[in-house]
Design a protein around this ligand. Structure first.
Ligand code: FMN
Length: 178
């Protein structure tokens, strides 16, 4: 599969098999995540690999989404994405930790796809609760987590807006090149 096939094939998966994955595979995926670009090469991202059933279950519950809760129970791993905001770039009041960490997460989900593994970025959860579960310090942001495992479903492909709806030429609102 080339990179274009991987990008096209990746979908959010919300049902997982319980089949195990080698921890070395998970660590390799995070190595790919860490190859993402970042503001000033600050690499503020931090990852927590969770394989404990107790913590996986609690993380799923913290999402308040029953389908995600089940996904976190079944998937052999949940990977949480955090950011050390003190280590990230800030310029003119703009903070870059979320941008940089999101790039890393995208690398992770694409690398997982290339390995035949499934993910679903979960961004809606009670951050305070997640921090409690994973002993995350106050000054660290929790941005997302994803179940990681073998897909247990064939999700309906999600749709995308047409190019015409999201691309302008030379100035905002100009829909043609001439
Ligand atoms: C920042 C972010 C947060 C998300 N949070 C959730 C979530 O809390 N629950 C969920 O089921 N999906 C979540 N998703 C997955 C999106 O719903 C999904 O990416 C979108 O519908 C497009 O579908 P696709 O990933 O299959 O292409 C999130 C995705 C992103 C990028």
């Amino acid at each position: 599969m080339d990179i274009f096939d991987i990008i096209k094939k990746r979908v959010s998966v919300r049902a997982y098999k319980k089949d195990p994955i080698d921890i070395d595979t998970v660590r390799r995926l995070i190595e790919y995540a860490c190859m993402a670009p970042s503001w000033g090469n600050k690499q503020c991202w931090r990852f927590i690999i969770v394989d404990s059933n107790v913590e996986k279950n609690l993380l799923g519950k913290a999402s308040g989404q029953p389908i995600i809760a089940q996904a976190c129970i079944d998937a052999p791993y949940v990977v949480a994405l955090c950011a050390n905001t003190k280590e990230s770039g800030v310029k003119n009041g703009v903070e870059y930790y979320a941008f940089d960490s999101a790039l890393a997460m995208e690398n992770l989900v694409l690398a997982a796809e290339a390995e035949g593994l499934a993910t679903c970025i979960v961004g809606w959860f009670d951050e305070k609760v997640v921090k409690g579960i994973l002993n995350i310090p106050k000054d660290i942001k929790v941005l997302a987590f994803t179940p990681l495992g073998f897909s247990g479903e064939i999700p309906k492909p999600s749709t995308r807006k047409k190019l015409e709806q999201v691309v302008y030429y030379n100035s905002w609102g100009k829909e043609e090149i001439k």
